[in-house]
Design a protein around this ligand. Structure first.
Ligand code: GUN
Ligand code: ZN
Length: 444
């Protein structure tokens, strides 16, 4: 079955942090995206492509719509949906007071399934079609997540959190059980449907050297799997890591020592990294996930995209919400905060750069450009449609925008989730807003 979406179409082809921005995207004001069997078949100027369509093709015309690749969230915690917006603590206290309490509930499969379902609906409402997701230490939390993700047909990365010290008893595994359970989950879920497995040592302070060692070894045993963790988010955290691993040169060196750097390794935050650490991230192809709403909310610090994307040694950096440290599921809201973080450091993030970081840049960071992140023939038809007239303010403000950059910038500052008109996953419209209310596809 062929279908086609008509509207303005924007997709990135290159990195606007490193190349002139006008060379980095394709924009069709009156565009058409033709979809067949869940994949993008053609994209181009609508008046050129319309005569070629077969008469049965169902065409949806988004007259005030901007069609983008579905947003990709490079780092988020689904069990923290119940503690998003918890008052008053910085990282370690926040983990102990809120996060570690919530995560203990996810031994209960039904509880976990309910949260996973709500979480994925929040992503879809925000125009996000893929995410790199932390579950909890309980293997049931991973089963619940992947089962739900498979039902939705989404391409998501996720894994069981590994923690064998410095957390409540109810959240601890051991080096051996963590290894065994992760291995069984890889064998069960990696590559099933569109699911991808990510080994998930929470961060260096909550794993013993034995667990770190076994995790690095397991990652090597299963090429193509991912690894995700946290790095250099909070100054107190960094000092703690130095105390726990006194023989390592710095925070990154801990992960390096245990074979946890490389392509398909994704580290949240990376706010306070040294030049040595950036150079090593570059050398190994390791990714950073920039989480601005979280960094502001937890008072962690200001990420530098200039340091990450230094042309002398660029490091992949994708945009991420980090809910529940982060305060919104919307990648548009996240772009807005990324802009403000940069402003606080005296630099300005271009709208092209922000949209790149949430789409193609995120796919590059996750080594998934052959599947998602752009609107190109052969890629999965994961798309989001923004309604440029979603609110009277947006419509009025955009009537005063003169360039594509103006339009994108106004969207990232003002639009947020309510402007997402529709979200397509594998060519299927899973979420649409009709007169402002959200409708999910049956039988989700
Ligand atoms: N570092 C270790 N665990 C976490 C977490 O759950 N959230 C954030 N923001 N940082 C962490
Ligand atoms: Zn996180």
């Amino acid at each position: 079955m062929e279908l086609a979406l008509r509207g303005s179409v924007l997709s990135f082809t290159d990195n606007p942090f490193l190349a002139p921005e006008e060379d980095c995207y394709v924009f069709e004001e009156d565009g058409l995206v033709v979809i067949e069997n869940g994949k993008i078949k053609k994209v181009g100027h609508a008046p050129n492509l319309l005569p070629e369509l077969s008469p049965e093709t169902k065409i949806t015309h988004y007259k005030s719509g901007l069609i983008l690749p579905g947003f990709i969230d490079c780092h988020v915690h689904y069990p923290q949906i119940e503690v998003i917006g918890a008052y008053g603590k910085q990282l370690i206290d926040w983990l102990n007071k809120y996060t570690f309490v919530a995560e203990q509930k996810y031994k209960d499969l039904d509880y976990a399934k309910q949260a996973a379902d709500l979480f994925l609906r929040e992503l879809l409402q925000s125009g996000t079609t893929s995410a790199s997701v932390f579950c909890t230490v309980a293997p049931q939390s991973v089963d619940a997540f992947f089962e739900t993700s498979e039902k939705f047909g989404m391409l998501n990365l996720a894994g069981k959190v590994l923690m064998d010290r410095n957390a409540p008893e109810g959240l601890l595994d051991t080096a051996q059980t963590g290894y065994d359970q992760s291995k069984a989950l890889i064998e069960k879920w990696h590559g099933r449907g569109r699911n991808l497995y990510s080994l998930t040592p929470r961060f260096a302070p909550t794993s013993t050297p034995e667990q770190m060692e076994m995790t690095g070894a397991l990652w090597k045993e299963f090429p193509g799997t991912y690894l995700q963790s946290h790095i250099s988010e909070n100054k107190g955290e960094i000092e703690w890591v130095q105390e726990l691993f006194p023989d390592c040169k710095d925070y990154l060196d801990v992960y390096d020592h245990f074979g946890q750097l490389g392509e398909r390794a994704i580290y949240g935050h990376g706010i306070h990294l040294s030049e040595r650490e950036f150079a090593r991230l570059h050398e190994t192809g390791t990714t950073l996930a920039h989480c601005p709403t979280s960094n502001l909310f937890l008072g962690s610090g200001l990420f530098s995209f200039e340091k990450a994307y230094d042309p002398a040694r660029p490091v992949h950096a994708g945009l991420a919400t980090d809910v529940g440290g982060g305060t919104s599921f919307s990648q548009l809201a996240t772009m807005s905060e990324a802009y403000k973080v940069a402003q606080m450091r005296g630099s300005s993030l271009r709208a092209f750069q922000a949209f790149y970081m949430a789409t193609r840049g995120a796919a590059e960071a996750l080594y998934l450009t052959d599947r998602v992140g752009s609107i190109e023939p052969g890629l999965d038809a994961d798309l989001t449609v923004i309604d440029l007239k979603a609110t009277p303010l947006l419509e009025y403000r955009l009537s005063h925008a003169e360039t594509l950059h103006d339009i994108l910038f106004v969207l990232m500052i003002l639009a947020e989730a309510q402007s997402i008109k529709a979200t397509y996953v594998g060519g299927k419209c899973l979420m649409e807003r009709v007169n402002g209310s959200v409708r999910f596809a049956d039988p989700l």
